[in-house]
Design a protein around this ligand. Structure first.
Ligand code: NIG
Ligand code: FE
Length: 415
């Protein structure tokens, strides 16, 4: 080959490129992947390589017929928090509802107390334990929200911990400021004053420190009104921060329309979204982030309107919503399974939900989410017969190896 050699070339692999519009899963059998300087330099059939493998790369590796997909992307998590809410799980099993527990001062607020008390080191440790479980299943990019501080130092502490995780492990982290998650004790009965505080102090401080990649809010009866949410979004716009929204999780507040009006990257949950909300999302290209873990744990019975999303072409992502209350989940593959079984996604849709569409929900479509030349070389290598195995085998973890930005990440011995 003329010019520079690639760093690594994988051969004897089947590719689930997840590129839309061609073969199911964007599949390429007997494929090859070339990696140079952390980016994908070749993706295609081995027969299309521009020379003999040894002449193309320093390091030629055989995948022994394994499947390679983009590294998985968990696009909605509350991974950093203090404490634990197993007792609320017990209360809910005994009949209390999520909203009742929240209204009585438990729920998000109980995690706020524990998170304010926790040191940065302790938050880091507990988040690492959860992160490691996600990484063991092929996650290479994760979004992490604040929202359990609800005061300036603790919101910044959470975001700082989230950023530190990317230094501790082979993973890319996108941070989201979720100051408008609940009204903290200092502002009880004064939600508008709290929103003022979020807009005037928290968002500017997080933006100035470079700690937030996006801004989110919880638009709900037990959260904030659409008007309050709009003020948060206006403040985000001042700092050029994209927005996302916890919308229509427990009731229809018109949050999806609001998110669409602001060109939100995503609206998340959406069990109670109206047809107007779906149409607005389709118009704005806002991704629907489906969170089957929260649906399952809260024993929700109303499903997000998958057929309407499909019909109108609203991209669907799937995520863990990893949090101590509604979704204490650290398996993205289980969410892929649940998106299929509980919500009726096809396996291809569910896998697009943790790759291509998850990247889009984070504004990362140009660099991640599919195997395409020029994108970051984030790969998951799987011991599977076909991509459907990733959704089918409940509780199995067929990950063989991960590559993050061209470098070998977590790996497991071959079975
Ligand atoms: O995505 N809905 C609001 N936020 C989280 C739950 C947070 C919690 O219960 O601690 C969610 O479900
Ligand atoms: Fe959430």
């Amino acid at each position: 080959m003329t010019g520079e050699m690639w760093d690594t070339l994988w051969v004897d692999v089947n590719l689930a490129t997840m590129v839309d519009g061609g073969e199911p899963y964007g599949a390429v059998r007997d494929g090859a992947v070339g990696i140079s300087a952390g980016r994908l330099a070749f993706v295609g059939p081995r027969a299309g390589l521009p020379g003999a493998p040894q002449s193309l790369a320093q390091d030629v590796r055989s995948g022994r017929g394994r499947w390679v997909s983009p590294g998985l992307i968990d696009c909605h998590t509350h991974l950093v928090y203090g404490g634990n809410r197993a007792h609320e799980f017990e209360q809910r099993l005994a009949g209390a509802s999520y909203e009742e527990i929240a209204t009585a001062g438990g729920g998000i607020l109980s995690t706020v107390m524990a998170t304010r008390e926790a040191t940065e080191a302790r938050l880091l440790d507990s988040a690492l334990a959860r992160l490691d479980r996600l990484l063991a299943e092929g996650v290479t990019t994760i979004e992490i929200k604040s929202g359990y501080g609800l005061d300036l130092p603790t919101e910044l502490k959470m975001l700082t911990v989230a950023r530190r995780l990317a230094k501790e492990r082979p993973v890319s982290v996108r941070t989201t400021l979720l100051g408008a998650h609940a009204v903290p004790p200092e502002f009880v009965g004064r939600p508008d004053d709290y929103i003022d505080f979020v807009c005037r102090e928290v968002i500017p401080a997080a933006a100035k420190a470079g700690l937030a990649d996006a801004v989110d809010a919880f638009c709900e009866r037990i959260g904030f009104t659409p008007e309050q949410t709009a003020r948060v979004f206006d403040a985000a716009a001042v700092h050029d921060l994209p927005v996302k929204l916890h919308a229509e999780q427990l009731s229809d507040q018109g949050g999806a329309q609001l998110a669409a009006r602001y060109g939100a990257l995503s609206a998340d949950h959406l069990e109670y979204v109206s047809s107007e909300g779906v149409e607005a999302m389709a118009q704005s290209g806002t991704v629907a982030v489906l969170l089957p873990g929260a649906f399952y744990v809260l024993k929700e019975t109303r499903k997000p309107p998958i057929d309407a999303f499909r019909r109108l072409g609203v991209p669907m992502a799937v995520s863990t919503d990893c949090n101590p209350g509604s979704s204490p989940v650290t398996s993205l593959l289980l969410m892929v399974n649940m998106a299929c079984v509980l919500f009726g996604l096809t396996v291809e849709e569910a896998l697009a939900g943790v790759t291509r569409n998850a990247a889009r929900a984070l504004g990362l479509s140009r660099s991640r989410g599919t195997l395409e030349v020029g994108k970051v070389a984030d790969l998951a290598v799987w011991n599977i017969e076909s991509p459907a195995d990733l959704a089918y085998a409940v509780g199995a973890n067929p990950l063989h190896e991960v590559v993050h930005a061209g470098k070998q990440g977590n790996s497991r011995a071959p079975r």
